[in-house]
Design a protein around this ligand. Sequence first.
Ligand SMILES: [Cu+2]
Length: 148
Amino acid sequence: LHIKVEMFDTPKNIEHWEHFHGFPDGKVAQAATMAQDVNHDGFVDLPETEPVSGTTMVPLDADPAKMNIPNNTYPVADGNGYYEYEIDVPLTELQENFKKAFGSTDLQLDKRVVYVHGVPESIKLPDTVKGCVMDYDTHTTLPIAAGK
Ligand SMILES: [Cu+2]
């Protein structure tokens, strides 16, 4: 599986978590919009994306097939907020781990959405923003872009 992501104008000089998200039951995921800001704090945090986008499935990091979400091997934006991520993923290994997590080898990529996350620590986020993953706080997990 060949994956390529090119991003412009992201928050610069920080790592950006990125994954595809979706529903294990095969429901078609949609990218969240501001309509998902149900607590009206001005941010669509990770939990708020879940009703329309489903759960975090596969990381677009240094080794997607491992499906280890919390780590530090995601792409880092340059001083202009640009990055390019490109990787060949061993499909059989990914499918084995996908089946362990979600019960099927069928990735159903046409039903998933890709999220890019990450804002600088210097941004003050209100306590209403949720979505910590293990030791990673909401600055790491806050979505900044999503697309089919
Ligand atoms: Cu994600």
